[in-house]
Design a protein around this ligand. Structure first.
Ligand SMILES: *Cc1c(COP(=O)(O)O)cnc(C)c1O
Length: 401
């Protein structure tokens, strides 16, 4: 019998993992090394390390082109980009956000004492349910932040319609959605602005980094001032600002990553199709789908485990994979509303978030990207098939341990 075809070969029993080295979710994709090193040499030669450098400017114009927007403003990371955009839009009071997102989405509001009001999701799309948004609007509400979770666009049109009708600002956290499209249009141009993340764990990285995309000239000018302390020229500060600038090293990485963008996406797509094929027909284990008519980056390989049907719990499956050095992750477990400070502020939030609660118990994200090979995927899937086929027996044995 080959490895992991019977439960006796599983590492939770043998202590011998299938992979000698850990396989991580979000292991960075590295672009063209030579072109990156060349740019680094140039940065050092010219001694221009940050502040509207050549590479930051070039990167911004390439990004704007790709996202099909008038302005793309690079930042040191997406969290600061969200904070600055929230402030530039004049958000205050309450803002409606999903809880099924990375903690930076509500934190970027709470950090400036704006209350995130958590909205439940549509279990089919994993994105904020626009039918639940209006009932959360109060006289204090100033805006909505939609999140394109997994790079799958959220309900852009319904949210745009609600925002327009109720006089609210609309921002999108597009941290997952660089290179994706909605109805054939690049993510970046929807709402008042959209924010990308280029963090090391995202499929396209600048070490740390982010950008704000917008078609609003006035907003863009304001954001540019705010990310540079409010400086409008030497010795002239016209605004309350902070420091959100991207360094030249990050911009150089971005330009080199851009040269490999299509390749990253092609690898992710290939991995996705391979995983889907290897895991097809497993009871209670679904691989989320992407709309093939749109551009997707396929950066997240997301399993949804229906414990009523599968013979194994999501958490036991994760434990088994961790034993094999496959560091599968529960995203966005347990939901932002169960993390601090929100759990203390809104101890009953879960009662209004049944779909979020359920999904946070079902999702398991697997490693993908250029660091994962076809044979890695075959092995990971073999482990999952064995675990699912013998779930009850494994639980029993572990219970008896
Ligand atoms: C990664 C991420 C962020 C934060 O991005 P950073 O660049 O790490 O600050 C925000 N929102 C979502 C949904 C993310 O996944």
């Amino acid at each position: 019998m080959s490895r992991a075809e019977t439960i006796d070969t599983l590492a939770i029993f043998t202590g011998k993992p299938a992979f000698p080295e850990k396989l991580y979710v979000g292991r960075p994709n590295i672009g063209n090394r030579d072109s990156f090193m060349e740019r680094i040499g140039d940065i050092l030669d010219r001694r221009w390390l940050t502040n509207e450098g050549r590479y930051a400017q070039e990167f911004e114009s390439r990004l704007a082109e790709l996202a099909g927007v008038r302005h793309c403003i690079t930042m040191c990371n997406a969290t600061i980009a969200l904070e600055i955009t929230i402030r530039a839009l004049g958000l205050a009071g309450e803002v409606i956000v999903p809880s099924f997102t990375f903690i930076a989405t509500p934190h970027s509001l709470q950090w400036q004492e704006i209350t995130p009001v958590f909205c439940d999701i549509d279990p089919l799309t994993h994105n904020m349910d626009p039918r639940r948004v209006e009932e959360l609007i109060t006289p204090r509400t100033t805006g909505i932040i939609g999140v394109h979770v997994w790079g799958r666009p959220c309900a852009v049109e319904p949210l745009t319609e609600i925002a327009r009708r109720r006089g609210l600002k609309l921002l999108f956290d597009a941290a997952h959605a660089f290179g994706c499209s909605h109805r054939g249009e690049a993510i970046g141009g929807f709402g008042d602005a959209e924010v990308f993340s280029f963090h090391a764990t995202k499929f396209f990285n600048t070490f740390e980094g982010g950008a704000v995309a917008t078609n609003n000239d006035e907003l863009a000018a304001k954001i540019r001032l705010m990310k540079n302390f409010g400086f409008a020229g030497y010795d002239r500060v016209v605004y309350l600002g902070t420091n959100g600038k991207m360094t030249e090293v990050s911009a150089a990485m971005g330009l080199s990553s851009l040269e490999s963008l299509d390749q990253f996406i092609a690898v992710n797509r290939r991995n996705y199709l391979l995983y889907r094929e290897e895991l097809s027909g497993l009871p209670g284990v679904g691989v989320i789908s992407y709309d093939e008519r749109e551009r997707n980056n396929f950066q997240y390989l997301v399993l949804e485990i229906d414990e009523e049907v599968s013979r194994i719990s999501r958490d036991l499956l994760m434990e088994i994979l961790h034993g094999e050095n496959v560091l599968a992750r529960r995203y966005f477990y347990p939901g932002c509303h169960r993390m601090e400070p929100y759990a203390s502020y809104f101890p009953h939030a879960r009662l209004l978030l049944p779909a979020t609660e359920q999904l946070a118990g079902r999702v398991l994200v697997l490693p993908t990207g250029t660091a994962v090979s076809d044979s890695d995927i075959a092995t990971i899937c073999r482990i999952i098939r064995t675990a699912v086929a013998h779930g009850a027996e494994i639980s029993e044995r572990l219970g008896a341990r």
